[in-house]
Write a protein that binds this ligand. Structure first.
Ligand code: TEU
Length: 574
């Protein structure tokens, strides 16, 4: 048996604003989630991770929180929340909340107090600094350092009331909390305990590797062609990060950690650091979200600078993580979330091979060692969105980037729009496609962001009853993890490491093993079946080998060394 419950679990992320709208205001809500619990149960997921539902001005769709202990009326009430939690628990599922404590909203009472005067007792709860080198506050270049915000522009905002600047790594409405101050940490731990006492089953922790900063906040080196310094060395995995996360563990989870799931979102984390964060002996986190595999198609200019992914890069990188966390720690496995473009458009083929490529990508991800995360609509093979103009976008990151690139840097509007279409977070944020009807069955009103026009073909209603759908394949993958101890905890080994199209690996536990073969290309793939020792024999499959899953029907030459375009097959032995 797995020693941790989440080793055989699959998590489903709900982005509530875009999941289902029960009251016709065009914005998804908690009752919308409640109405679809049977759908989630039918898919077979074990855990729901709910993106933020707390009170918020929604500058960043709820990742800017003004009250950690209130449900935003847009999403519902505490009665709705309790009903949702009970509905999940009744069906044997758990609820993981989003914990956003690197920053609050600027409308959070803590920040309002902090901003009110330089000697307010909460002044030190955030990062306030005077203009640099005696510069006049507000003048060009007077910001305390050269850091840029993730959402364009400087990472500093001048507050005219006190004439000082505050740090915001994200929007100016998301001031960074100062974790150096023990009162801040106490307040956060108290709030976390309050939610656990209400019955929630864990936290997904937003940019939690950013909470410890180098307190002198030095300038970063400005990369060629960039407007701002690279500040990662000063805020990612900062000097006290392990101390803070261990303290959080002691103050919130210690003694009852077996009941909960903790996953830290960590842009920029590497394998060595991930081992330390997730080594159970250190008492920090169960697992982290790393970003290396979703950054492989970023060029030197960052996320808007596309370069094509190669299958070799992808499998090398994911295999390094599999090996790096083999003996201790644990991986989280994901293609998608609310910040990433849709995987079938990104690494698959959202044209004629949409269904097989979505299934092939799901297969290679789900059968690795780690806890898989499914983002709403991924199980339907939902695609990127054909945004016609900048007016279709809602995401602050996308809109700010467009304004900065076009208006300040003079880039071509068409080129920036093309980059947004490919990479914008809004690709993941259009409404969940429930039916082929008006607004995809998401709302009876006008949706806050337009529905993808392909909802007429790609929708849950059609897929749930179709045994050949992407949904059916995801259900089978989830079921396989539940049934198979090999999938949950077996060892991982890459096979055919140099093949440019095929992603293949084995999993093993005692005398049982599993073989996963996937052609991640739109061309037929041939390989030397002799490189699959024990699996391939002259007749195309040895004794005791059972087919487990396939995405193009059972007839297959796979064990003889030939895969059709986007073909994925799984065999078990022993
Ligand atoms: O995201 C953190 C993060 O670094 C990115 O993935 C970010 O979304 C952006 O795309 C960088 O280019 C988390 C949340 O998941 C995201 O939705 C929030 O906007 C952000 O933190 C701030 O809370």
């Amino acid at each position: 048996m797995s020693d941790k419950w989440w080793q055989s679990a699959v998590v489903y992320q709900v982005y509530p604003r875009s999941f289902a709208d029960s009251d016709g205001d065009g914005i998804g809500d908690l009752r919308g989630v409640i109405e679809h619990l049977d759908y989630l149960h039918e898919l077979g997921v074990d855990v729901v991770w709910l993106s933020p539902i707390y009170a918020s001005p929604h500058d960043d769709n709820g990742y800017d929180i003004s009250d950690y202990r209130a449900i935003d009326p847009l999403f519902g009430t505490f009665d709705d929340f309790d009903e949702l939690l009970a509905g999940l628990h009744d069906r044997g599922m758990k609820l993981v909340m989003d914990l956003v404590v690197n920053h609050t909203s600027d409308e959070h009472p803590w920040f309002v107090e902090s901003a009110s005067s330089t000697d307010n007792p909460k002044r030190d709860w955030y990062w306030w600094r005077p203009a640099r080198d005696g510069a006049r506050p507000g003048e060009q270049g007077a910001e305390p350092n050269n850091w840029g915000s993730f959402f364009s522009g400087p990472a500093w905002q001048l507050d005219p009331q006190t004439g000082e600047y505050y740090l915001h790594l994200f929007s100016r409405k998301q001031p960074d909390l100062n974790w150096e101050n023990p009162e801040v940490r106490d307040a956060v731990y108290e709030m976390m305990n309050w939610w656990l006492d209400r019955g929630v089953d864990g936290f997904r922790m937003d940019v939690i590797n950013f909470i410890s900063k180098v307190t002198s906040l030095p300038d970063g080196v400005v990369p060629e062609g960039a407007l701002y310094g690279d500040a990662y060395p000063y805020f990612a995995q900062g000097p006290r990060i392990h101390e803070f996360l261990h303290e959080m563990h002691e103050r919130v989870f210690a003694g009852r950690e077996d009941r909960y799931l903790t996953v830290g979102e960590m842009p920029g984390v590497d394998i060595e650091q991930a081992r330390r964060f997730t080594d159970p002996r250190n008492g920090e986190l169960d697992m982290v979200f790393q970003f290396e595999h979703v950054d492989l198609d970023h060029g030197p200019g960052g996320k808007w600078d596309h370069r094509p992914l190669t299958v070799l890069d992808l499998k090398r990188n994911l295999s390094l993580w599999q090996e790096g966390l083999a003996d201790l720690g644990w991986n989280s496995l994901y293609w998608n979330n609310h910040d990433q473009p849709r995987v079938v458009s990104r690494f698959g083929d959202d044209g004629e091979n949409r269904i097989p490529s979505a299934k092939a990508l799901g297969t290679v991800l789900h059968l690795m060692r780690g806890t898989p995360y499914v983002y709403q609509g991924e199980e339907l093979g939902m695609t990127n969105v054909p945004f016609a103009s900048i007016d279709g976008f809602r995401d602050i990151e996308s809109l700010n980037h467009y304004a900065e690139a076009v208006d300040i840097l003079g880039a071509s509007a068409d080129e920036v729009l093309a980059a947004l279409r490919r990479t914008s977070r809004d690709n993941a944020r259009t409404p969940m496609q429930w039916t082929s009807g008006p607004h995809a069955g998401f709302t009876a009103g006008t949706p806050w962001i337009a529905v993808n026009p392909n909802a007429t073909e790609i929708n849950a209603e059609a897929e749930v009853r179709d045994p050949d759908s992407v949904f059916a394949h995801y259900r089978a993958l989830i079921d396989l993890r539940h049934r198979s101890e090999v999938v949950a905890t077996g060892d991982y080994a890459l096979v055919l490491p140099e093949h440019p199209q095929v992603f293949a690996y084995t999993r093993g536990l005692g005398d049982r093993s599993l073989l996963v073969l996937a052609n991640l290309s739109g061309e037929p793939a041939a390989f030397d079946a002799g490189q699959l020792p024990g699996w391939a024999v002259a007749g195309g499959g040895g004794a005791g080998i059972e087919p487990e899953l396939a995405n193009l029907g059972p007839a297959t030459e796979a064990l003889r060394g030939s895969l059709r375009p986007w073909e994925a097959v799984v065999y078990s032995r022993g």
